[in-house]
Design a protein around this ligand. Structure first.
Ligand SMILES: *Cc1c(COP(=O)(O)O)cnc(C)c1O
Length: 498
C-alpha cells in the first residue's frame, strides 16, 4: 500500500494496512522517500544532540557550521567536546516530537526578525507607515492584518474574521467579555472535565467577575476513560440548554489528543440559543478547520505550538463575520456594533489617529484589537507563517494522518511483543484517525515514566511528559520524518521492555 493509498484509507476513517515489513527502518525510509512534504524540514532548525547539551551561548546555531573563533582561540567548547569536530552523531538533528508544546524554529524567523531590526534601526518611527523594498515585512501598521491574511487558510476563515493580538488566555478573556453575557436564567458555561488549567481559570474567573458562583455556573463534561463522545456532549447541552450562555471547548483536548466534532457540536448548541467558542491551541496548524463555514461564534489559538512562532508568541482570535459588523444608527448616525472591551487599535484606520475619542471599530475581528501590537512579535509570526504558505493544511494533514498512524502501528507492535501481565502502556488518544490530530498520548504503566523520560533524554529525543504517567508523542508533519518515528520507537521499546 503506497503513501496515497494510506492517506485515502485514513481520510475515510479506516485503519491503514501496513505491509509485513512495516516495522523495519527500510520501510520508514520508503515512506520518507514518498513524502511530498519532506523538503519542508529544510525550513527549520532542529536541535542536535550537541546543542541540546548547551548550558551557555557560544554563538553557534544547530545544523550550521560553527563560526570561527567564538571563544577567541578558534574553537568553542560544549561540555568538553570541540564543536567543530563534533561527531557525526552529535551534530545530526534530534528527534523532536514536542511541537504540540513548542514548535521548532523556522529559519525564516531569524530573517524576518533581522528585517524588522534593520527597519527600526534605519528609519525609526517611519517604520509604522513605510514599506521597505526587499523586505519580507509590510509596514508595522499593516503587519497584524498581513498575519491575519496568512492565517486565514490555516483556520478556514475570511481574513477579516481574524485578529492577531495578545496571547491566548488574554484573548479568551476578551472574547468572553464580549460573548459571555450571563442573565439570571442563562448563566452557565459548559466546558470539559480537564481543560488546560489556564482555560479553567479564565472561565472560573469570568463567572466570578459577573458575581456568579462557579459551582453553579460551570458545567464540566466528564469523559469515559479519557474519551468524551459527541453524544455525551450533546446530552450535556440538552440537559443544561435553558440555563447555558456559552459552550467553550478545546478543538483538540491537550491531554488525550481527542479532536472534537466542531461543526456538529457548534450547530447543536447554537440551535439551543448557546454561544459557541473554541480554544484551538492544539488544533490550529494541526488539523483542517473551517471556522467560517462551521459558523463558530469565536475561537482563540496560540501560535507557538503547531504554528512555530516561538515561546509566548502573539496569538490569534477568530470572530465570525456576523459578529464583526459595524452599522450606522439611522437616527443618530452613530456606529452600532457588538460591545467589547476596546482600545485605540480596534479603531478603524481612517479615524484611528484623529484622537477625538469617537470609537469607530474596524469592521471584522480587527475591531477587537486593543493595543498597538509588538512588531517584533508580528515579525516572528510572519516568518513562521511563511512556511505554511509553502504548503496547505490539506497536505500537512494528509502527511500527519499517515505519520501518526505509523507511530500507532509501531506502538501496538511494542505492546504485542511484551509478555508481562500488564502491558507497558496504552494509547489513550482515539484510535479513529478522524478523531485526533498529530498527537498520540501514551499512558505508561505506573512507575515507567522516569525510566522512559531518561531514555529519551539520553537519546536526544525531545518529547513531552505529563505527570503522573503520560508521554505525548507528536511527530509534526512539517519537520518530522517516518525514520524519526521508527527511531523513537526503538528507544521507547528498549526503555519499557528492559
Ligand atoms: C497552550 C495552551 C494555553 C496556553 O495559554 P497562553 O495564554 O498562551 O499561555 C492555554 N490553553 C490551552 C488549551 C493550551 O493548549
Amino acid at each position: 500500500m503506497g503513501f496515497t493509498d494510506l492517506v485515502d484509507r485514513l481520510r475515510a476513517g479506516a485503519s491503514p494496512k501496513f505491509p509485513a515489513n512495516a516495522s523495519t527502518l527500510e520501510y520508514a525510509q520508503t515512506l520518507d522517500s514518498e513524502d511530498s512534504l519532506k523538503h519542508l524540514r529544510e525550513q527549520f532548525i532542529l536541535p542536535t544532540k550537541a546543542s541540546l547539551r548547551k548550558v551557555a551561548l557560544d554563538g553557534t546555531i544547530p545544523g550550521t557550521p560553527a563560526k570561527q573563533a567564538s571563544n577567541g582561540n578558534g574553537t568553542s567548547h560544549l561540555n568538553g567536546t570541540t564543536n567543530g569536530a563534533a561527531s557525526e552523531d552529535d551534530s545530526t538533528p534530534s528527534i523532536y516530537f514536542c511541537g504540540n508544546s513548542l514548535g521548532v524554529q523556522p529559519k525564516a524567523v531569524r530573517k524576518y526578525l533581522e528585517a524588522q531590526l534593520e527597519t527600526w534601526a534605519s528609519i525609526g518611527v517611519g517604520g509604522h507607515f513605510s514599506n521597505m523594498e526587499n523586505s519580507p515585512l509590510v509596514c508595522w501598521q499593516d503587519m497584524a492584518e498581513d498575519c491575519a491574511k496568512k492565517s486565514a487558510d490555516i483556520v478556514g476563515s475570511l481574513p477579516s474574521e481574524i485578529v492577531i493580538m495578545n496571547t491566548l488566555t488574554i484573548n479568551l478573556h476578551l472574547m468572553m467579555a464580549s460573548f459571555y453575557k450571563p442573565s439570571e436564567k442563562r448563566h452557565k458555561i459548559i466546558l470539559e472535565w480537564k481543560p488546560f488549567p489556564s482555560d479553567h481559570y479564565a472561565i472560573e474567573s469570568q463567572i466570578r467577575w459577573h458575581g456568579l458562583d462557579p459551582s453553579k455556573s460551570m458545567i464540566q463534561i466528564q469523559p469515559d476513560d479519557y474519551y468524551i463522545s459527541t453524544d455525551k456532549i450533546l446530552a450535556t447541552i440538552d440537559e443544561h440548554a435553558e440555563e447555558t450562555a456559552l459552550l467553550l471547548l478545546p478543538g483538540i483536548q491537550y491531554y488525550s489528543g481527542q479532536l472534537f466534532d466542531i461543526p456538529r457540536i457548534t450547530k447543536y448548541a447554537q440551535d439551543k440559543g448557546i454561544i459557541v467558542g473554541w480554544d484551538l491551541a492544539h488544533a490550529a496548524g494541526n488539523v483542517e478547520l473551517s471556522l467560517h463555514d462551521w459558523n463558530v461564534d469565536f475561537a482563540c489559538w496560540c501560535t507557538y505550538k503547531y504554528m512555530n512562532a516561538g515561546a509566548g508568541s502573539i496569538a490569534g482570535a477568530f470572530v465570525h463575520e456576523r459578529h464583526g459588523k459595524v452599522e450606522s444608527d439611522p437616527e443618530t448616525g452613530r456606529p452600532v456594533y457588538r460591545n467589547r472591551l476596546s482600545g485605540w487599535y480596534g479603531g478603524d484606520k481612517s479615524v484611528r489617529f484623529n484622537m477625538d475619542n469617537n470609537f469607530l471599530p474596524t469592521v471584522g475581528a480587527g475591531g477587537f484589537q486593543c493595543s498597538n501590537p509588538s512588531a517584533i512579535d508580528l515579525a516572528a509570526l510572519s516568518g513562521a507563517l511563511s512556511v505554511f504558505n509553502m504548503t496547505s493544511m490539506n497536505s500537512l494533514r494528509s502527511k500527519a494522518l499517515v505519520l501518526t498512524a505509523y507511530a500507532e502501528y509501531l506502538l501496538d507492535e511494542i505492546v504485542a511483543s511484551d509478555s508481562s501481565a500488564e502491558p507497558p502502556f496504552r494509547v489513550i488518544t482515539p484510535r479513529d484517525p478522524l478523531q485526533r490530530g498529530t498527537q498520540l498520548s501514551v499512558l505508561l504503566r505506573a512507575g515507567l515514566l522516569e525510566k522512559v523520560a531518561d531514555a529519551l533524554v539520553e537519546n536526544a529525543i525531545v518529547c513531552d511528559k505529563r505527570k503522573p504517567d503520560v508521554i505525548r508523542v507528536a511527530p509534526v508533519p512539517m519537520y518530522c520524518t517516518f525514520s524519526d518515528v521508527w527511531k523513537f520507537m526503538q528507544v521507547l521499546k528498549k526503555a519499557v521492555l528492559a
